[in-house]
Design a binder for this molecule. Structure first.
Ligand code: G4F
Length: 332
């Protein structure tokens, strides 16, 4: 019997990599998507366009319990990966209310529907290193106290607590992955890594001459999303439900990312990067670096990509895409 997985956020970076991984493992994959996305597949399904004939998509909204209840009542799922969220930290400062509504209620609705209809379905919650915020110790691990610094971080702490509460109160197999930043060529353009690598490509091809950024000294533990989705799956294959930190254990500044990314294209970042106060945050998370020894020991997980490989792949992919776009428009 094929295992059935339900993924919320299937159209995102992690959702698309996780879908590929589960399909390779022989799963039947279902995804929860907004109805507007189904009506605009060319624009909304760019990351899963190549998978559309291999997955089943269901319209539902994280803001509507009945729509989630309906999907969960239609199929018997073995595993549910709840990845969907308003995940851009800067946006959560602009509209904390909708971030909280979507992220907290959405998680609660998923858990409540599963408890009601399929309490045996294993549940994965996409926790975040943003929960550590103003870090109390370095590196951060599963026992490090949370001190979130943004509405987004607060919403993820609430989701983490909800997940643990369903595990403890209803004896459900519910786990949280505390994932540090994870990137790749499918990363959204609003996040700093992709903002940098896409700008490098435009600058290299003479289509732009500067890149405006905020805090260059912020430090992040950046891994590759393809590595991190393997950890999500492994967490749901364990005998007992447990939470895990997933991280590389290395930290780099945004400045270092710039240096490497521009260098990959033979450019000097000093000539192009400008500081713009608009990209500074009201409260910053200065330093993140994770200790994933529990995941490595218990899940047997380890990343395949290192930092320079991640940066290289992102820059090369953006250069190729930009070249293709430029030649397509010059042929028109
Ligand atoms: O790429 P970012 O926007 O990611 P951030 O805030 O660390 O959050 C990401 O990782 C979390 C896991 O730890 C996820 F939970 C979350 O959903 C998201 O995926 O910013 C990284 C750093 C920040 O310190 C930011 O202040 O880069 C700094 N930065 C400097 N200039 C900038 C910019 N970030 C953005 N997005 N844009 C800038 O111009």
């Amino acid at each position: 019997m094929k295992k059935k997985a339900l993924i919320t956020g299937i159209t995102g970076q992690d959702g698309s990599y996780l879908t590929e991984h589960l399909l390779e493992l022989g799963y039947e994959v279902h995804g929860l998507v907004r109805r507007v996305a189904l009506e605009d597949p060319h624009r909304r399904f760019t990351r899963i366009g190549h998978l559309l004939d291999k997955v089943t998509l269901h319209p539902a909204s994280l803001e509507s319990y009945p729509s989630i209840f309906h999907v969960v009542s239609q199929h018997e799922f073995n595993e549910c990966y709840h990845l969907a969220a308003q995940s851009f930290v800067a946006e959560s400062f602009r509209d904390g209310f909708s971030t909280m509504n979507t992220n907290i209620n959405g998680t609660h609705y998923m858990l409540a529907a599963l408890r009601e209809l399929q309490p045996k379905c294993r549940f994965y919650f996409a926790g975040s290193s943003e929960m550590f915020g103003k870090v109390r110790e370095t590196p951060q691990k599963e026992t490090t106290p949370f001190h979130p610094r943004s509405p987004y971080g607060i919403s993820k702490v609430a989701g983490f607590d909800l997940t643990r509460n369903y595990r403890e109160a209803y004896d459900m197999f519910c786990v949280s992955g505390i994932l540090f930043n994870h990137e790749g060529p499918r990363r959204g353009f609003e996040f700093v890594t992709r903002k940098i690598t896409s700008a490098v490509a435009r600058i290299k091809l003479g289509l732009a001459n500067e890149l405006r950024l905020g805090n260059l000294e912020a430090k992040r533990d950046w891994g590759h999303a393809q590595d991190y989705v393997r950890a999500m799956h492994l967490m749901l294959q364990q005998e007992t439900a447990n939470d895990y930190v997933v991280a590389t254990g290395e930290t780099h500044t945004v400045r270092e990312f710039c240096e490497l990314a521009f260098g990959e294209a033979g450019l000097d970042y000093n000539q192009f990067v400008r500081i713009d106060d608009r990209y500074l945050r009201p409260a910053e998370v200065d330093l993140l670096v994770g200790d994933s020894s529990k995941a490595r020991r218990e899940l047997g997980w380890q990343p395949k990509y290192n930092f320079p490989q991640l940066v290289r792949e992102m820059v090369q992919s953006d250069l190729a895409a930009q070249r293709q776009q430029s030649s397509a428009s010059s042929n028109r």
